[in-house]
Design a binder for this molecule. Structure first.
Ligand code: ADP
Length: 485
């Protein structure tokens, strides 16, 4: 069977290069779409780690001067993915991260670096490489936002264009004087083009000029059309609401499988939840918490940032303690939040404990041993950590926003009566409501049969990529049919 070709353009792809959820999606979708009849090739920048992984790749194209230096387009396979890599050392080979130096300062030439990515993505879509003509070019986040602009302002083959927003907070806004250097015509600098509040907007361009827009949950798709959630782009998004949809992310259910997870003390499944006790005991020991099997053990696994609402949890800690509960937090980021939680741990030894850093094996042990996972995000496009929690029988306690709203069924009286609850939701996202949620969770925990039902309900949820892949496949097919008609 010949598969329909899709070109995915992303600045991160797991496991080669990752700073956020975008990498997980870009890394997982190609495999999930294979079963739906699609062949996805992914175009990524040639960061050092990526070029190293492409050692056996062929050079498909060479350029003497591509945005200020020599460059090559590499084609090959790595980590199970079919890849194109823009190997342009003057743009992508440097110490530090993909977007900023080691001190956190954004690279001054990010506009040029990611224009180059979009430029080559569009050219591949137009058939630059003999024998390769993708039906759809699918761009992810602002770094790939100009792909649709080049497709629009060039003449020539025009494949379908899809733009996915993983987090609207990152928009790629740059000096308008760069227009020419980015290879865009003066005519592109309009309200209907790349102009964004007087600047050049990469994400804005992608949202305005693509044929379809997706984001990573239905609720986030609705939120970004409002003044509160739209971050300056809500007007545009409302105007294109008929092109916008939300498709939930999945998680890798092989990596996150409590029945076979080699990282946890005692594997378990929904039929054998008593085995979780050993994981809870191990977790309490690892964090130096009191070895109390009955205390309600809350956990957090999160970036420490304003988005994640953890300042609200700091404010709610007295309530958590008053309920006799414990807290184990794993996180990295904002130094103020970090010192806030460190101080709380010092003041309440045995009851509150923290591990600062990024530690994936520890995240598995926490999901396996915690009773409940707290996710009080102010906004959350999709969120993955609550999906892992569902799969591991840790009851998610979440803000009623974005993908958290779409993946957790609140223990409302109605849901409890119907036996369908999987967690606790709260809103609006303010400390008193989080406090209520903590109290409500403690009450539910004191009713073991109800609690057990919530755990098994959560574990029965399909959090894999299967359903998402079907929805992306439908979206591609609809777009291809529209363009053919
Ligand atoms: P975001 O992409 O906004 O950080 P998500 O919930 O979508 O949030 O995805 C983050 C993923 O990274 C989750 O699976 C979460 O469990 C994991 N994670 C976050 N912080 C850490 C940490 N400090 N150590 C290990 N894993 C973490």
């Amino acid at each position: 069977m010949t598969r329909i070709e899709i070109l995915s353009v992303a600045s991160e792809v797991y496991p080669l290069i990752k700073t956020g959820g975008l990498a997980d999606v870009a890394g997982a979708l190609p495999g999930a779409l294979k079963g739906q009849g699609f062949a996805v090739r992914t175009l990524v920048p040639g960061y050092p780690a990526v070029v190293r992984a492409m050692r056996r790749a062929e050079t498909a194209l060479s350029f003497d001067d591509f945005f200020g230096g020599p460059a090559r387009l590499l084609a090959g396979r790595a980590a199970g993915l079919d890849l194109f890599v823009l190997d342009a050392p003057h743009l992508f080979v440097r110490p530090g991260g993909p977007y900023a130096d080691a001190g956190g300062r954004e690279w001054g030439d990010n506009a040029v670096r990611f224009a180059a990515l979009g430029r080559i993505g569009a050219s591949l879509g137009q058939g630059l490489l003999e024998g390769y003509a993708p039906a759809v070019v699918h761009a992810h986040d602002w770094q790939a936002g100009l792909t649709a602009a080049y497709l629009t302002y060039d003449r020539g083959r025009r494949p379908g264009a899809v733009m996915t927003v993983h987090n609207l907070a990152f928009q790629g806004q740059f000096d308008p004087r760069l227009l020419h250097a980015l290879g865009l015509p003066a005519a592109a600098f309009t309200h209907d083009g790349v102009e964004y509040y007087g600047d050049i907007g990469f994400l804005k361009a992608g949202l305005r000029l693509s044929d379809r827009i997706t984001t990573v949950s239905p609720t986030y798709a609705a939120e970004i059309c409002t003044a509160d959630g739209g971050m300056g782009l809500d007007g545009l998004l409302r105007g294109r609401a008929d092109r916008l949809s939300g498709i939930l992310n999945g998680i890798d259910v092989k990596v996150w499988n409590p029945a076979s997870d080699p990282l946890i003390a005692a594997p378990f499944d929904a039929g054998d939840l008593d085995a979780r006790a050993a994981n809870k005991a191990e977790l309490q020991a690892a964090f130096g918490l009191d070895p109390d099997p009955d205390a309600l053990l809350f956990a957090v696994i999160s970036r420490l940032s304003w988005q994640k609402g953890l300042d609200l949890l700091l404010a709610a800690l007295p309530v958590l303690l008053a309920e006799g509960a414990q807290l184990a937090l794993l996180g990295a980021g904002d130094p103020d939040l970090q010192s806030g939680f460190a101080a709380a741990a010092a003041a309440h030894p045995g009851r509150i404990a923290c591990a600062f850093g990024y530690d994936e094996p520890l995240a598995h042990r926490i999901q396996a041993g915690a009773d409940a996972l707290l996710v009080p995000s102010r906004f959350e496009p999709c969120g993955l950590t609550q999906m892992c929690a569902l799969r591991y029988g840790a009851v998610p306690v979440v803000a009623r926003v974005g993908g958290l709203n779409d993946t957790v069924v609140d223990a409302s009286p109605m849901a409890l009566a119907a036996g369908g609850a999987t967690g606790v939701q709260f809103g609006p996202v303010v400390a008193p409501m989080l406090e209520n949620a903590i109290r409500r969770t403690a009450d539910l925990y004191r009713a073991p049969r109800t609690w057990r039902t919530m755990q098994t309900n959560g574990m029965a949820c399909d959090v894999s990529w299967r359903q998402s892949a079907k929805l992306y496949a439908e979206l591609y097919r609809g777009l291809i049919a529209e363009r053919a008609g």
